[in-house]
Design a protein around this ligand. Structure first.
Ligand code: PEP
Ligand code: MG
Length: 854
């Protein structure tokens, strides 16, 4: 198709009908600058409808384009103007209209070198970006380069370089419109969240030339440090820019006065003062920290563009809070301006983005933050290293429960296998350790104590850095930024708390976790996984004795040794949480996890239990299951070996009495895992009630407690109605619920997850982001049925999804009362929950795009 229809071209004036949806963010931003009376050169916006028509073959009408040149003193530049600055766009083309006549004129005015340099630069851009000629043919500089470029053009195109400015501009518009339609541009913008058919506007602007006598040049200025977010003027100013590249007299000036060299502030104080004034005004009127692009021509300033300042996570928090504190944006908008993920960067050390990175390999970024340490390959080596006071990184094929102590002793964890909810990932997030899992490019030789990756071999003791934020493993020690739990961070979260509807609790198993949870202002513990308490070296023997006991009395005797320790655990948790709710989940994992896996371990166990090795081996084998995750675990253990839950209930109730005598009264919440039938709840409830009555009697104290159920089997979600009849609360364990809904092992899915996501089988890793369509439907159904049967029931989500912003938004919409997540994700959850509240309160008032776009 081709034809000539009128070009939808609007001059950007204060009153013009410029619309972000039709003309893009840049056009709208320029209009705001013009409305502020900033010296912006004449500019025009071409609507996205026109750009689309040009891309599909329509030829832009030459008279309209020629008219533009008639109204400017010479050359124009063309810039992309997508609907969102992050969606990018084709490269800017400057100096359109440059031809022999203009060259002759500039030679007279500025000298041959400057005019040649400008013309050559334009021909190079035009040849490569517009006519798509081979860049190598136009790469030369130096004397004679302009003639060479002209000759190369003629040889390739069989004509002289186009002299008609309107034709040049038409070609530029066509090339930019087509580039936006190309597959690469489409993929790039889709990666930034743009729809594939996102529209593009274009901006044509009269060129202010950075050439000539006096103070002349081009530069950028911003008023905030992009990495730290603290107020600081940074940028650059290149005097005589184009002539500079090839001629004499070029210099880069620093913007501000300091001792590094000459500065614009000293050389042209008025220009500098004007820039600062414009900067302050732009921040207030555009309600954003902007980077301003400017040209100075013989001491006269032109503002040619302004973009949102690029920023690190910590800078994004400081900028948003400062804007709200200065009364430029309301606090709720500051809450909307920070990406929840950015907060987790602030909680940990980060690899300094300005520093060099020596990347060896990469994997799944399972727990954020960065740490440097010496490589160790076993939990024992990690503990030895910690005892020597040496930071170490635990590198394992995958981790198992026995590795927990080693993980505690490490500064970071790296595994070859596993996905986002594998053991290593869950534990590391809980501990706040940087962690990379599923680093399949890695091969570990435990015998030789070496690891191979990226063609390199590293040995035990070698230093590496784990960047759990990006998923990159770096050789050596990288330069770090410190955590930034500063005043801005706290202020932002206080504003978030004021806005949010759903609660945020923490998954905390240890006193250390509980303290972290309090530090991050969690509103209680939503999941205490008690089994971690049994892996302690002092408890493991009694635990194993219990497992090997044949009769209930013997089991009870072994458990009696664990009871006081477990009671102390709970007293400590209750005390730290100071009256905030604490949900304790009864024992969940299959028993074989507590038994040794190798012959040496079994021999030691045989010795300590005074049993023949053959008997130990036989029992260990008898306990092993084909599908332990679907086997004797959770409530199934509670029903077949009731002594375990009875001991735990007793420990919880005794701790309740003790803690309530010291401090605020405690109302413990007891949660039953892996339920799939209402009768399971009835049976456990009867026993737990009996233990409560016995403790009340023995300790002569009264207390109440709440019994709830974890909904983590699909059947429990389907039967939530009758399960709710016996439960004060239901908590959705979305890790197991995802595993069982998909029939997908959470420990093995990492092997093919990326293939599945890349080929679009799954939109996302469902262990990472809650699958709204399937698992989410079960959750919605479960909530609805539970509420119908018991209107006042408390509903929550305590799987790993409770710390994921997208999943939290879903939980908010599902109407749950709270989410519970790893302590280090609590700030992220507080912010994400607040954003969803604000969004749902006023769908249209805020979005996460810069204020300049509204
Ligand atoms: C779950 O299954 O979602 C859950 C929270 O329990 P765990 O991760 O301990 O299996
Ligand atoms: Mg579970």
């Amino acid at each position: 198709m081709s034809g000539r229809e009128p070009l939808d071209l609007t001059e950007i004036t204060p009153g013009a009908a410029i619309d972000r949806g039709r003309h893009g963010w840049r056009a709208k931003c320029l209009q705001r600058l013009i409305r502020m009376d900033l010296p912006v050169p004449q500019s025009w916006a071409i609507s996205s409808e026109s750009v689309r028509a040009i891309a599909s073959g329509q030829i832009p009408p030459t008279p309209a384009l020629a008219g533009l040149f008639a109204r400017t003193a010479g050359l124009v530049g063309v810039r992309p103007s997508a609907m969102h600055p992050e969606w990018g766009g084709p490269g800017t083309v400057l100096h359109v209209g440059m031809n022999d006549a203009c060259h002759a004129h500039l030679t007279k005015r500025l000298g041959k070198d400057a005019a040649d340099a400008l013309y050559l630069s334009f021909i190079q851009t035009y040849a490569v970006q517009i006519a798509r000629l081979d860049p190598d043919m136009f790469a030369q500089g130096g004397p004679g380069a302009l003639d060479d470029a002209m000759r190369a053009w003629r040889a390739e195109m069989d004509e002289d370089f186009p002299q008609d400015p309107a034709r040049q501009l038409a070609e530029v518009l066509r090339a930019m419109a087509r580039a936006w339609d190309g597959p690469t541009a489409r993929l790039l913008r889709q990666a930034k969240g743009a729809p594939a058919d996102a529209p593009l506007g274009l901006v044509v602007q009269e060129m202010a030339l950075a050439l000539g006598p006096g103070v002349t040049g081009s530069g950028t200025i911003q008023f905030i440090d992009s990495v730290t977010g603290t107020p600081r003027i940074t940028g650059r100013f290149r005097g005589q820019e184009l002539g500079a590249a090839r001629g004499a007299g070029a210099e880069t000036l620093y913007l501000t006065r300091d001792d590094r060299g000459p500065s614009l502030e000293e050389t042209a104080p008025q220009v500098f003062a004007e820039l600062v004034r414009f900067g302050i005004a732009a921040r207030e009127r555009l309600r954003e920290e902007m980077q301003i692009e400017f040209i100075v021509t013989d001491g006269i300033l032109s503002i040619i563009d302004a973009t949102r300042v690029e920023r690190s996570s910590r800078a994004s928090v400081r900028i948003a809070v400062a804007l709200a504190r200065d009364g430029i944006i309301p606090p709720d908008e500051a809450v909307m301006r920070v990406h929840p993920r950015a907060l987790s960067d602030l909680l940990h050390y980060q690899v300094d983005p300005r520093a060099p990175r020596d990347t060896i390999t990469r994997g799944i970024n399972a727990s954020p933050g960065a740490a440097t340490g010496r490589i160790v390959f076993t939990a024992a080596a990690a503990q030895a290293s910690a005892a020597r006071g040496e930071a170490c990184v635990l590198v394992r094929r995958e981790t198992v429960p026995e590795d927990i102590r080693g993980m505690h002793a490490s500064v970071a964890v790296l595994t070859e296998r596993g996905g986002t909810s594998s053991h290593a990932a869950v534990i590391a997030r809980g501990l706040g350790l940087p962690c990379i899992v599923g680093a399949t490019g890695l091969s570990i030789d435990t015998r030789a104590r070496t690891l191979h990756a990226g063609g390199r071999t590293l040995r035990e003791g070698d230093e590496i850095t784990i960047d759990g934020t990006s998923g990159e493993v770096l050789a050596g020690a990288a330069e770090m930024l410190e955590p930034a739990l500063d005043d801005s961070f706290n202020q932002l979260l206080d504003w978030a708390d004021a806005a949010r509807r759903i609660g945020v609790r923490a998954n905390a198993d240890t006193p250390e976790d509980a303290r972290t949870a309090r530090m991050f202002k969690a509103q209680g513990i939503g999941l205490c996984r008690t089994e971690h308490m049994f892996f302690d070296e002092s408890r493991l023997p009694a635990m194993r004795e219990m497992i090997f006991a044949d009769r209930p009395e013997d089991r009870r005797l072994a458990l009696e040794r664990i009871l006081p320790m477990q009671r102390d655990d709970f007293v400590e948790l209750f005390t730290i949480m100071a009256g905030l709710p604490v949900t304790i989940r009864l024992f969940d994992p299959p028993l074989h996890e507590f038994l040794p896996h190798d012959r040496e371990g079994m021999r030691e166990l045989a010795e300590s239990l005074a049993l023949p090795l053959s008997e130990v081996t036989r029992r260990v084998e008898a306990l092993s299951e084909f599908n332990p995750m679907l086997g004797m675990r959770g409530v199934r253990l509670g029903i077949t070996l009731p002594e375990i839950y009875e001991m735990q209930a007793r420990a919880i109730f005794e701790a309740t009495v003790i803690a309530s005598r010291k401090d605020a009264p405690v109302v413990p919440e007891i949660m039953i895992p892996l339920v799939s039938a209402m009768r399971e709840v009835e049976l456990v409830k009867t026993r737990v009630d009996a233990v409560a009555a016995s403790v009340r009697n023995q300790m002569r104290a009264d207390f109440t407690y709440r019994l709830g159920v974890m909904v983590e089997t699909p059947r429990a979600a389907l039967r939530a109605g009758d399960i709710a009849a016996h439960s004060a609360f239901l908590s959705f364990g979305t890790n197991d619920l995802t595993q069982m809904t998909y029939g997908l092992s959470r420990d093995d899915a990492g092997r093919f997850m990326s293939t599945y996501v890349n080929q679009g089988v799954y939109v996302e890793d469902p262990f990472h982001i809650l699958d709204a369509d399937g698992v989410g439907e079960l959750l919605l159904m479960g909530c609805e049925r539970a509420r119908k049967s018991r209107p006042g029931i408390t509903l929550s989500v305590c799987g790993e999804h409770g710390g994921n912003p997208q999943s939290i938004a879903f939980c908010h919409q599902a109407g749950v009362d709270y989410v519970s997540c790893s302590p280090f994700r609590v700030p992220v959850a507080r912010l994400a929950a607040a954003q969803e509240s604000i969004r749902s309160r006023d769908e249209s008032a805020f979005d996460d795009s810069p204020a300049v776009l509204r």
